[in-house]
Design a protein around this ligand. Sequence first.
Ligand SMILES: [Fe+2]
Ligand SMILES: [Fe+2]
Length: 299
Amino acid sequence: MTKSDSTNRSSQTHPLDSMDDWEQDLLERYPEPQLVRSQNVSQQTDSFRNYAAQARPSVREFYRLNHRYQTVDFVRSKHAEFLTLSRRSMGSWEAMEYLNQLVDDSDPDIDLPQIEHLLQTAEAIRADGRPDWFILAGLVHDLGKILCLWGDAQWAVVGDTFPVGCRWSPRIVFYEAFADNPDHQVELYQTENGIYQSGCGLDQLMLSWGHDEYMYHVARDYLPSPALAMIRYHSCYPIHRESAYGHLLKQQDAELLKWVVDFNQYDLYTKRDQRMDVAGLRPYYEDLIARYFPPKIKW
Ligand SMILES: [Fe+2]
Ligand SMILES: [Fe+2]
């Protein structure tokens, strides 16, 4: 959403002041382990429930819309609309600057520009001496949020993702809101396996539409498979955090999910208040990008 078309926003598409409010909310649901230990906060099932009861009205509304509208047909229509990657051709750094145009109703004194979240994530991974493709995954993982610049609603860009086409897991946050989803009426979609085979594997699942799936398709020809798993599944909290849908996974998925969980700490718990020297970091990251991506990629 750019300044010019911000008037097209409505509470139906943009209940949150900022897409970052979803990530802020994740931190309330999944507090940093160190904080949990020092404050003796319980991380049992009841705290998951308590979280849902205490969530802000805008977040509640965000999930209501997400769970109401993310249907099998909706996801298929978004695949057809975006996965041809025929909108633009641009380099990764260019895409970071493009994403930075995103202007919403957030407080600029509190919320960092999108490019700084990407750099914070990548810098935290780099500081831990992780492989260069891991750092690069951190740098690009949220670039799919450019979907918002092309008019997609917040609930179709961010939010926890989950498989569509089979019975929803009660481990999905605000599970009750699925009562209004039209897929409720489709008998096949309400069975345990739905449109899938038991043990079919993570890569066979059609996840609710958002920035993860889109970015995975943009990057899939260029990055190694653990990096692609981090990008594709980082918002799939029901699977990587809540261990739901185990019956649809295959043995090799456990290995990939370890990488996703490893990545998640850098995505969620990197310092939000520390500003990044964007110009100073740029040469290092342009070099890193060039090691894996061609100068222009399809979006
Ligand atoms: Fe993300
Ligand atoms: Fe992120």
